[in-house]
Design a protein around this ligand. Structure first.
Ligand SMILES: [Fe+2]
Length: 477
């Protein structure tokens, strides 16, 4: 299930939306309160939706350039017996505290680093990046609930793992790993299960990917296995990856890390000359069971993967940007803020890899759901988490099943999340939750029927909130 960019009525809305707050600073540091619900929230929906993402872009003299340069704003929606309370708070990372104290950027963010005013400060930047002191801990990408109940915000730097209290949104502190596994970066989307977390760390020294496990209740990561890069010059970017019941799917795409740029801008670079690969690692043994070339691809987010029974292959779905990296340019804030109602983001598609496990050297990549039939998929897909790693109905190439779409012209819905009804026996029995910023500067929490996408409840927020990025569900005990 995905929510599309809300541009269907762009022809009738040729004006800018000066009040749209999706890409603007959150109005204040913190708010919480009860929300008036219009509609009916199912009484089985008891728990807390947490969402992370950039929400404070301009502080003092610092003006964020990219969406990913903003400082993390946590949002909370707590559902209890049909009632809803909400709140938001700034993540108190060292990077956020420093930018407030200095009235300017102090750590290196995604596309920006402190501008040295003299040679000594330039040398200080070099030393700070090499020592890690200037590496950001602004954990803006995701918020995850570990199997032991701890809740952690993440970004792609190792430093950027911060534990929070899901009830108060207070920042508890840095989530400290107790192992000696090296690597300054990590996937922003580890796969979390009741008993373990699985993630992928790029290896810049030996040019490869380390597949990592951390058991619930511990802070110690262990190596499951590793696979070497098959293309040069550096490992491909691993924002996300996928798992099946038995395998970890490690992508190697032409969008690669650019550590040599650490002192001058973007840390990722598209290498059109590089080939693309998908590696399949067996979860239990770390053995590489396939390492195949695939057509070039560009993705932020894998949707799901599963083992195709009887076919000796693995199916891997992702939001694929037609091997076009220009999406990064379009996520600059000046581009996002110039939204006129017209299509401003490059087209993308739901791409499906078929990865053979029989020793064949190449895998397939095709469009799973034609955009002209399904609508344009931008990104931020969600599925019923019970079906993670397993055959699932949405998306199905044979049935080409699609959901109805929820749509409100001029509004920006954030990443949806699916919550299954307890006792459900079919995949779409549940609700979809999202937060929406509308063109008037307002915002509301939205609850849709997971099967029909009919709106069943909305609750107006005191003011619109920034778009954010990713969230998680914390069920009530
Ligand atoms: Fe992401």
């Amino acid at each position: 299930m995905s929510m599309q960019s809300q541009v269907k009525d762009s022809k009738t809305l040729p004006v800018k939306y000066p009040n749209l707050v999706a890409w603007e600073n959150v109005k204040q540091e913190r708010w919480e309160g009860e929300l008036e619900v219009d509609g009916h929230i199912p009484h089985w929906l008891n728990g807390t939706y947490l969402r992370n993402g950039p929400g404070m872009f301009d502080i003092g003299d610092y003006k964020s350039k990219s969406l990913f340069d903003g400082y993390a704003t946590l949002v909370r929606l707590h559902f209890e017996n049909g009632r809803l309370t909400g709140g938001h708070a700034q993540l108190q990372s060292d990077a956020y505290k420093a930018v407030k104290k200095n009235n300017n950027i102090y750590h290196r963010e995604f596309s920006t680093l402190p501008k040295p005013s003299n040679i000594f400060k330039a040398i200080g930047n070099v030393v700070g990046m090499l020592s890690g002191a200037l590496v950001t801990d602004n954990a803006i990408i995701s918020v995850i609930r570990l199997g032991d109940g701890r809740v952690v915000c993440l970004t792609e730097t190792k430093k950027g793992s911060l534990e929070i209290d899901p009830k108060t949104l207070e920042t508890i502190g840095t989530f400290k790993y107790t192992d000696n596994i090296r690597g300054p970066t990590q996937s922003g989307h580890p796969m979390v299960f009741d008993k373990e977390l699985i993630t992928v760390l790029p290896d810049f020294i030996n040019r490869g990917y380390n597949v990592i496990r951390m058991l619930a209740g511990t802070n110690e990561r262990t190596l499951i296995g590793r696979v070497n890069c098959k293309s040069s010059p550096t490992p491909g970017w691993v924002h996300s990856f996928a798992v099946t019941d038995n395998y970890v799917v490690v992508p190697e795409m032409p969008m690669k890390y650019a550590p040599y740029n650490m002192l001058k801008g973007g840390l990722l670079k598209w290498h059109p000359e590089s080939k693309a690969f998908i590696h399949i690692i067996r979860k239990e043994t770390g053995e590489t069971v396939a390492s195949v070339e695939v057509p070039p691809f560009m993705t932020f987010h894998f949707i799901n993967a599963y083992e195709e029974k009887g076919m000796n292959s693995v199916i891997v779905d992702c939001c694929e940007h037609n091997a076009n990296p220009t999406i990064f340019d379009k996520l600059h804030l000046h581009e996002l803020r110039s939204f006129t109602g017209k299509d401003v983001l490059p087209h993308s598609r739901i791409g499906r890899f078929t990865i053979p496990l029989d020793g064949s050297p190449r895998g397939k990549l095709e469009t799973a759901m034609p955009p002209e039939e399904h609508g344009r998929a931008i990104d931020m897909c969600t599925i019923n988490p019970i079906y993670r790693g397993k055959m699932y109905r949405y998306i199905d190439l044979k049935e080409k099943t699609e959901k109805s779409n929820w749509h409100l012209g001029g509004s920006i819905p954030s990443e949806p999340i699916f919550i299954g009804r307890p006792g459900a026996e079919v995949e779409d029995d549940g609700v979809v939750i999202s937060l929406v910023s509308d063109k008037d500067g307002n915002g509301f929490a939205l609850v849709l029927d997971g099967s029909t996408f009919a709106e069943i409840a909305r609750a107006k927020l005191p003011y619109g909130l920034p778009y954010g990025l990713h969230g998680c569900w914390v069920p009530s005990p």
